[in-house]
Ligand binder design. Structure first.
Ligand SMILES: NC(=O)c1ccc[n+]([C@@H]2O[C@H](COP(=O)([O-])OP(=O)(O)OC[C@H]3O[C@@H](n4cnc5c(N)ncnc54)[C@H](O)[C@@H]3O)[C@@H](O)[C@H]2O)c1
Length: 356
């Protein structure tokens, strides 16, 4: 059921992520109206417009930004476009929910951060795992009951069967040769692309649950077309940390974490996000000697993330989604992983510059 006070959202980009997640998330969100869709490709605009029936359709982003009925935009375009498009949206007075990774270099995200602060507008990065009710439960448990954290271990293994699963779980995705793409096909460098696109989930979840990462020591192995990173994480808290990214693994999709602490432990196993199913998360507390596991039947994380974004703007609720500082810290961690692989040494996040 829709609430009476709705955030009018314009979605920039009618590519796969909008078709699989954002359009439906906005339509179903209790506090959001899918007001406009913008894509340079007229064939995509026509196809998705017929399904989702927004009030307005735009081919030019500037024209959508000039629409005073729009309160906020979702930037769902290629990573290389994110920062410039976020900046244009902020300058037009719009709040922004931008897909992850927030950008492609430490400097551009840091500059954007300064601008977000000046405007007072809300910018949230689309690290949707935070809105899996299992992950949210683990976060609360860590904050309220775990006590001091001793260890964090996280992993993300993309599956060779991913597309067989997503083809069944997502609507038929339409593609267009008219779509606007960054120059030089950045996805061709698989090592960089996998680290950016999948590593951003792995490392944001690690930061969300275990706090600031200050340094990394990473090793990378590319064999038989698969990439694997083993990453030793240093947390500001002193907890020991390890993260693994494997893309693709010859097996099922696996994403999860194990946490050990002073007064309990956490065990998290997340399904492929497109099942929209709550992660299997169990928290053991020494206080009552019990395991607790949320059911979280409602786990459409993309809808929950846009609802939380709208709540911050409409009702002044505290931001739980990733802010620009989180997007920057995630990028620093990703760049530190890439530099550590190149140098074979531990890299401090505060020292990194550039992109992966
Ligand atoms: N959160 C997740 O789980 C998740 C999953 C998949 C992708 N993503 C992220 O989503 C983002 C988009 O991915 P995608 O595969 O949908 O991208 P895509 O490049 O295939 O599609 C983006 C669309 O935006 C349009 N566009 C770009 N700039 C435009 C402009 N200035 N004016 C009008 N139209 C413009 C293009 O024409 C294109 O149709 C990426 O950052 C990706 O990392 C996130």
């Amino acid at each position: 059921m829709k609430e009476t006070d709705l955030l009018n959202v314009g979605v920039l980009g009618a590519g796969p992520i909008s078709q699989a997640a954002h359009f439906e998330a906005c339509q179903k969100a209790r506090n959001v109206r899918l007001f406009a869709i913008c894509d340079q490709s007229s064939e995509l605009l026509e196809a998705v417009g017929a399904i989702y029936q927004p009030e307005k359709r735009y081919r030019e982003f500037d024209e959508m930004l000039a629409d005073s009925d729009i309160h906020a935009v979702i930037v769902a375009t290629a990573d290389q476009f994110h920062v410039a498009q976020c900046r244009a949206a902020l300058r037009a007075g719009k709040h922004v929910l931008v897909e992850k990774p927030l950008g492609v270099s430490v400097e551009e995200i840091a500059e954007l951060g300064a601008e977000v602060e000046q405007t007072g507008l809300v910018l949230q990065a689309g690290h949707n795992r935070r809105f899996d009710p299992g992950v949210a439960h683990a976060h609360s448990f860590v904050q309220d009951e775990l006590g001091r954290m001793q260890s964090y271990r996280g992993w993300y293994r993309d599956s060779t069967s991913r597309y067989a699963m997503t083809d069944n779980l997502q609507p038929l995705i339409r593609h267009s040769s008219q779509a606007r793409r960054p120059e030089g096909d950045p996805k061709r460098d698989r090592e960089k692309y996998f680290l950016l696109t999948h590593g951003s989930h792995l490392l944001d979840t690690g930061r969300f649950l275990a706090g600031e990462i200050t340094a990394v020591r990473a090793r990378h192995n590319e064999s038989f077309g698969a990439h694997c990173w083993f990453i030793e994480l240093t947390f500001a808290s002193g907890a020991l940390g390890h993260a693994e990214l494997t893309v693709p693994c010859r097996g099922d999709f696996e994403e999860g974490f194990d946490i050990g602490g002073e007064f309990g432990s956490v065990r998290g196993r997340l399904p492929l996000t497109w099942y929209h199913k709550c992660g299997e998360v169990e928290c053991f507390s020494v206080r009552d000697g019990m395991y607790r596991r949320p059911l979280g039947a409602d786990a459409f994380s993309y809808r929950l993330q846009v609802e939380a974004f709208a709540d911050v703007i409409l009702r002044g609720v505290r931001q739980t989604g990733a802010g620009v500082g989180d997007g920057l810290a995630c990028m620093q961690a990703l760049v530190a992983v890439a530099r550590s692989v190149e140098q074979g040494a531990t890299v401090q996040l505060r020292d990194v510059t550039g992109g992966v």
